[in-house]
Design a protein around this ligand. Structure first.
Ligand code: 9G3
Length: 566
């Protein structure tokens, strides 16, 4: 490709509102341009990388015998009413009316569509296991799109769906997809960690996310050094290291603690450690139930674990007004003693073996000291409801948990029969009995992968693309575009290497400084500079992370290219 013909509108500086490295470099290098909030165009450089990533995905899916297909993005609301998700999703779903006033939506994901088109056509166990996938645009009206392609309102996803007659077949499909995805990330040059993850409102209890460590990431993963435990912090389990020595229960005593409505204020006011306080938080479950959750004062409640425990659609902390209305007291004085207004009282395991604790007295500005479980307050059940802390032992090898910020680039689920039951996709099993098809769903955020690669491989100067998805593998930069000998050599090398590699030939009439700065933004694995020594058959070769270029003869260049680019 001649660079004089490549539309690559570079910027000297990224706009100030671009804070993510990948966002800055994709804008500066002319990879993408924003059309509106969270909606991007892919210019030639960005498009080439996108297509290379997609080709890798197509190859890896073909290896596990999963054929590609395409579902529409304009979907009838009726399909989503059948699964019950039309009502479940809020403003995030793009809804529209067609010219006949029929309610429609732009597909944010395609479980319903694949259930309708595929699962409903699988009438016999003999037709399964089978899986299909697509690589396609998804629409989600994110409240705050940001960080370039990391969180957009329109993005490209590989989404695969598997259909099985037995749980064992699903397990096998899940493993096949997991391995295929790991191969995709490896070839795209994205370092990922598969972690235990929340399956949200999808079917099934938990799922696996592929998390790419990166400072800009919005997720936090907890892992041990041995790599035997990795979980999204939402799901991470840790062992509680605090132990309170057994104490004789003392007499319950009401104390005035005016204005102390945080744990730390209360701890310093009463001159006690936070571990001697039991925090009481009132939650509104599915906008209807009032559940009081207790946890030791030094821990935080994990709302994902709470949602799972209660199998709820939504949980949220009662607002101050709601709290007063329901309990009659203000925040900080709420407690489990005489809490008749609570539908249930749940507690994190850290509350189990505590003695003589401080709890809210359900009277404004008062606490109870020396409260003891059973004698003074009851708990319906104990569960792990806390957010794991860095450094606490993991539940497998009891090694200190390390936290890393990361980007979710993939997510795979064992859906089970959640959709097929709702939408009546049954098959006849070996005994001729009708059963709902068992599904799995698997996704890769394709456009997110591009950002993750840059976040993991970029320097301030530019991008060092892994060779399999670099927009160009070999970048020939000619110093003086009107120098006969340089042009002759450049065209010769372009001719020679174009047969095996994607070659970009910078034939522009630009100053060297501009050419090198642009070359850093293209980030080709091998850059060949044609300069004064062209007549001697000497060129300069540089890789993105080399400090400086190396002089080479054409023969040496040949060896270098086949070594570097395969
Ligand atoms: C919606 C909206 C947003 C959504 C969903 C539905 C996320 C939704 C989860 C998934 C699950 C899997 C197939 C590939 C792998 C991920 N955001 N999810 O279902 F209506 Cl507005 O997308 N889908």
């Amino acid at each position: 490709m001649r660079q004089s013909k490549l539309f690559m509108p570079t910027l000297k500086e990224a706009p100030t509102d671009a804070v993510a490295k990948s966002h800055q470099l994709m804008l500066r290098g002319g990879y993408v341009r924003q059309v509106t909030a969270g909606v991007y165009s892919y210019l030639p450089l960005g498009y080439r990388v996108l297509k290379k990533a997609e080709r890798i995905m197509e190859e890896e899916m073909a290896k596990i015998n999963v054929p590609e297909m395409a579902m529409p993005d304009l979907l009838p609301a009726s399909l989503w009413e059948e699964s019950g998700r039309w009502q479940k999703y809020g403003p995030e779903m793009f809804r529209l009316k067609d010219r006949h006033g029929r309610l429609s939506l732009l597909g944010p994901t395609h479980e319903e569509t694949f259930t309708e088109i595929v699962a409903k056509n699988l009438k016999s166990y003999k037709q399964m296991p089978i899986a299909l996938y697509q690589i396609q645009t998804k629409f989600r009206d994110e409240n705050r799109p940001r960080f370039g392609l990391l969180r957009t309102r329109e993005f490209i996803m590989l989404d695969a769906y598997s259909f099985a007659a037995t749980p064992e077949q699903l397990d096998q499909q899940f493993d096949d997809e997991k391995r295929a995805f790991e191969a995709v990330f490896r070839r795209c040059g994205v370092k990922v960690t598969p972690v235990i993850a929340d399956s949200g409102t999808m079917g099934g209890k938990n799922s696996t996310e592929f998390q790419a460590p990166a400072a800009i990431g919005e997720d936090t993963i907890a892992t041990n050094d041995k790599g035997t435990y990795s979980a999204n912090l939402e799901m991470a389990v840790s062992e509680d290291t605090f132990k309170q020595a057994k104490e004789e229960p003392l007499e319950l005593e009401k104390v005035a603690t005016p204005g102390q409505d945080t744990i730390s204020a209360l701890a310093s006011f009463l001159e006690i450690p936070a571990t001697r306080i039991v925090k009481s938080v009132l939650y509104i479950i599915d906008e209807s139930k009032h559940v009081l959750v207790l946890i030791r004062g030094d821990k935080e409640i994990n709302e994902v674990k709470l949602i799972h425990l209660l199998d709820a659609d939504s949980v949220r902390i009662a607002t101050d007004d709601e709290l007063e209305e329901i309990t009659g007291v203000t925040k900080g004085s709420v407690g489990p003693i005489n809490a008749a207004w609570a539908d249930t009282i749940l507690a994190d395991d850290t509350v189990k073996n505590l003695y003589n604790v401080v709890v809210g007295a359900n009277e404004n500005g008062f606490q109870f000291k020396n409260a003891n479980l059973k004698r003074d307050f009851q708990v319906e059940q104990f569960n792990d409801l806390r957010v794991a802390n860095e450094g606490e032992p993991d539940p497998v090898d009891h090694l200190p948990l390390k936290f890393t910020t990361s980007i979710e680039v993939g997510h795979i689920f064992k859906l089970g029969t959640y959709y097929t039951e709702k939408m009546g996709a049954d098959f006849l099993d070996q005994n001729g009995k009708a059963q709902p098809v068992i599904m799995g769903s698997y996704g890769i955020g394709v456009t997110r992968v591009l950002s993750a690669v840059i976040e993991q491989h970029a320097t301030e100067r530019g991008i060092a693309w892994p060779k399999e998805i670099a927009p160009f593998a070999l970048h020939i930069v000619q110093m003086k575009n009107n120098d006969e000998q340089q042009t002759e050599l450049a065209e010769k090398l372009e001719q020679k290497y174009s047969a095996d590699y994607d070659v970009l030939y910078d034939d522009r009439n630009e100053r060297p400084g501009v050419k090198f700065a642009d070359a850093d933004l293209v980030g080709a694995p091998v850059r060949v500079t044609i300069g004064k020594k062209a007549s001697e058959g000497i060129v300069e070769v540089k890789r993105p992370n080399d400090e400086k270029a190396t002089e080479m003869t054409l023969a040496e260049l040949d060896d270098f290219v086949s070594k570097e680019l395969g």
